[in-house]
Design a protein around this ligand. Structure first.
Ligand code: CO
Length: 134
C-alpha cells in the first residue's frame, strides 16, 4: 500500500527564516512562502532530488500547528507524508488493522490539492503520518 515518501513537514515559527537556513547552509532550492489560510499555515517547499521538505508556519488563530510549537518552541518534525494510489482503500485497510484516522475519517484536500488523511501518531510510533493520494 505505502508508496514514496512525498514530504517531511517541519513546524517552524518563521518559514522565511527557515528557508534562509536551508538555502544558505544546505544549498537547497526553496520556494517562496505561500499562505494556505484554509489549512491555517504558511508553507515553504524545499525540493530535494528524492522528496520534499515543507516548512509549516502557523497562520491565523486556529492554526493546527500552534500547539505543536508551544511544546516545541524551536520547531521540529511535525509529520511524514507517504503516497498511496487509492486513499479510501488505504484507509479501510488501516482501520481494519486498528489504526485511527484523525477527523471524521474522510479525506480532505491537502496543501497540494490532492486528497489526504492523517493517522493518529500513537498508532505510528509517535509520528503524525499523512497519506496522500497521487
Ligand atoms: Co503534509
Amino acid at each position: 500500500m505505502i508508496g514514496r515518501l512525498n514530504h517531511v513537514a517541519i513546524a517552524v515559527k518563521d518559514a522565511a527564516k527557515a528557508s534562509e537556513t536551508y538555502r544558505f547552509a544546505l544549498g537547497a532550492k526553496v520556494s517562496s512562502p505561500q499562505d494556505l489560510p484554509e489549512h491555517g499555515v504558511r508553507v515553504v517547499f524545499v525540493e530535494l532530488d528524492n522528496t520534499k521538505i515543507e516548512f509549516l508556519e502557523p497562520l491565523g488563530e486556529a492554526s493546527p500547528i500552534a500547539k505543536f510549537l508551544e511544546k516545541n518552541p524551536d520547531g521540529g518534525m511535525h509529520h511524514l507524508c507517504y503516497e498511496v494510489k487509492d486513499i479510501l482503500a488505504a484507509r479501510d485497510a488501516l482501520v481494519a488493522a486498528g489504526a485511527r484516522v484523525l477527523g471524521d475519517g474522510n479525506p480532505k484536500t491537502g496543501a497540494h490539492g490532492k486528497p489526504v488523511l492523517f493517522l493518529h501518531p500513537k498508532d505510528f510510533l509517535g509520528t503524525l503520518t499523512e497519506l496522500e493520494q497521487v
